[in-house]
Design a protein around this ligand. Structure first.
Ligand code: GDP
Ligand code: IMO
Ligand code: MG
Length: 422
C-alpha cells in the first residue's frame, strides 16, 4: 500500500502550488485535485512555455501521468473544455490522461449568475469572489440539489438541468435589479458537456483506492489555501470548500490512515486577493514593491493581490490544522533587494499579545514583528542550500524553528529549474 501525499497552500492561495506539483510529478504516477474549481489558477513555467491551470491537475504536462478530477471538485464545463483544448493543442493526449469523477458537481451558467447577484447584493461587504459560481454550486451540493458528472450519462440529463436551472431562475428573481441573460453562454455550456463526454467519467474513490493498494504513487493537489478554508479560514471571507488536508479524505475518498506526506507551501511573504482580514498587509512602498517584483496579479481575474509580510501566527495555525510534514518556501527571490524583512510572530489583540490565531482576525489585531537583515543579493541562480547567503539561511532556519517543520524545498524563481531540494 502506498499512501497519498498532499500539496497544500498554507496562506490565502497563490503560494505556487502549480509550480510545486509540476516539479514533484516525476515522483508520482497520479495527480488528483480534491476540492475547488475554476476559482483556482495554477501557473506552470517550463522552457519558454507558460500555462495557467484551473481545474486540470498540474501533472498533465508530464509524460505518462494520470490526472484525476476528484468528487470534491466543482467543474465548469465551459472553462474545463477551454482549458483542455488549449492543452491538447500542445500535443498532450488529454483524453488518455484525464479522469473525471462521476460524483464531481457541475457548475451551471445560473450558478455563476447567482454568484454575481449575491456579491452585488452584499455591496461593500462582498467576499471578492472570483465569480466562477463556486459558492452557489457547493450550496446546491450540500443542499442536495446539485447536478453531477454521472448525471450527464442519464437519459434525462437535460430535464435534470432544466429543473435546477428553473430553481435558480426563481432565486435570481429575488435580487431586485439584477439583470442577466444566459442564452448564449448556455449553448457554449452544452457544447462543453458534449466535448467532455469524450472523457472517462469514473468512480474515482474506487480508482484512487485501487492505485493505493497497487502501490501507485498519488499526489493530491490542493487549490486555494488554508486561510480560505470554509471552516478554518477567515470566515466569511473564504471559499466554499475544505482546502485543508482533511479535504483530501472527503474530496477523493482517501481514508485518513492513508495520507502520507503533507507538503505545506507558503510564500516567503504573504498575499491575498479579494476582501477579508490580512493583519500583515502593507499599504506602503514595500507592499507595492512586493506586488511589482512578485508580479502579484490574480492568475484568473488579473486583480492586483494585496501584499504584506509573512504571518507566522497564521502559518503555524495552518501547519497545525493540516498536519504539515514538510514545508516548501516560495518566492523569497522577490525580496532580494530588501534591507530589512519582517515576520509577524505574534498579534496584539485589544492591546494584549497573543500567539494563537484569534476567532476573528478583523477588528483590533496588530502584528508584532521580528526583524531580519535582508540578504541583498540575487538568489535565483543558486541551486545548493549551502550556497545561500547567511542572512537568507537565518530567515529559513528561523521559520523552521518556529513551526517545528523542516523546509524541504526552496523555490527561487517561477521556472521548474529554479528549485532547491534539500
Ligand atoms: P498557485 O495558485 O498556488 O499555483 O500560484 P499562482 O500560480 O496563482 O501564483 C504563483 C505565481 O508565482 C506564479 O506566477 C508563478 O509563476 C510564480 N512563482 C512560483 N514560484 C516562484 C518563485 O519561487 N519565485 C518567483 N519570483 N515567482 C514564483
Ligand atoms: P489558487 O488555487 C487566491 C479567493 C477569492 C475570494 C475568495 C472566495 O490559485 O490558490 P470564490 O471564487 O472561491 O468564491 O472566492 O477566495 N480565492 C482565491 N484566492 N487563490 C485562489 O486559488 C483562490 N480561489 C479563491 O479571491 O477572496
Ligand atoms: Mg493561483
Amino acid at each position: 500500500m502506498k499512501k497519498v501525499d498532499v500539496v497544500l497552500g498554507l496562506q490565502w492561495g497563490d503560494e505556487g502550488k502549480g509550480k510545486v506539483v509540476d516539479v514533484l510529478t516525476p515522483n508520482y504516477a497520479v495527480v488528483a485535485r480534491f476540492q475547488g474549481g475554476p476559482n483556482a489558477g495554477h501557473s506552470l513555467h517550463f522552457g519558454d512555455k507558460s500555462f495557467v491551470l484551473r481545474t486540470v491537475p498540474s501533472g498533465i504536462f508530464r509524460d505518462g501521468s494520470i490526472n484525476v478530477i476528484g468528487n470534491g471538485v466543482v467543474v465548469d464545463p465551459v472553462s474545463l473544455t477551454e482549458e483542455l483544448k488549449n492543452i491538447a493543442a500542445q500535443g498532450i493526449p488529454v483524453q488518455e490522461k484525464l479522469l473525471i469523477s462521476k460524483k464531481a458537481h457541475i457548475i451551471l451558467p445560473t450558478h455563476r449568475m447567482l454568484d454575481a447577484a449575491s456579491e452585488a447584493a452584499k455591496g461593500k461587504s462582498k467576499i471578492g469572489s472570483t465569480l466562477k459560481g463556486i459558492g452557489p454550486t457547493y450550496m446546491d451540493k450540500t443542499g442536495r440539489n446539485g447536478l453531477r458528472f454521472g448525471d450527464v450519462l442519464a437519459e434525462d440529463f437535460v430535464e435534470r438541468y432544466n429543473k435546477l436551472k428553473s430553481k435558480h431562475v426563481d432565486m435570481l428573481a429575488q435580487y431586485a435589479g439584477f439583470e442577466y441573460d444566459v442564452t448564449e453562454y448556455e449553448k457554449t455550456w452544452m457544447e462543453g458537456i458534449e466535448y467532455l463526454r469524450g472523457f472517462r467519467f469514473i468512480d474515482s474513490e474506487h480508482e484512487v483506492n485501487k492505485f493505493i493498494e497497487q502501490d501507485v504513487a498519488i499526489l493530491a493537489e490542493g487549490a486555494q489555501g488554508s486561510m480560505l478554508d470554509i471552516d478554518f479560514g477567515t470566515y466569511p471571507f473564504v471559499t466554499s470548500s475544505n482546502t485543508v488536508c482533511a479535504g483530501v479524505c472527503t474530496g477523493l475518498g482517501v481514508a485518513p490512515t492513508k495520507i502520507g506526506d503533507v507538503y505545506g507551501i507558503f510564500k516567503a511573504y504573504c498575499t491575498r486577493v479579494g476582501s477579508g482580514p490580512f493583519p500583515t498587509e502593507l499599504f506602503d512602498e514595500t507592499g507595492k514593491e512586493l506586488g511589482r517584483i512578485g508580479h502579484e496579479f490574480g492568475a484568473v481575474t488579473g486583480r492586483p493581490r494585496r501584499c504584506g509580510w509573512l504571518d507566522l501566527v497564521a502559518l503555524k495555525y495552518a501547519v497545525m490544522v493540516d498536519g504539515v510534514t514538510q514545508l516548501i518556501m516560495m518566492k523569497a527571490d522577490v525580496m532580494d533587494g530588501f534591507d530589512t524583512i519582517k515576520i509577524a510572530t505574534a498579534y496584539k489583540v485589544n492591546g494584549e499579545v497573543v500567539n494563537h490565531l484569534p476567532y476573528e482576525l478583523s477588528g483590533d489585531v496588530e502584528p508584532v514583528y521580528t526583524e531580519f537583515k535582508g540578504w541583498k543579493s540575487r538568489i535565483s541562480d543558486i541551486r545548493r542550500y549551502e550556497d545561500f547567503p547567511a542572512e537568507f539561511k537565518q530567515y529559513v532556519e528561523f521559520i523552521e524553528r518556529e513551526t517545528g517543520v523542516p523546509i524541504k524545498i526552496i523555490s527561487v524563481g517561477p521556472d521548474r529549474e529554479e528549485t532547491i531540494v534539500r
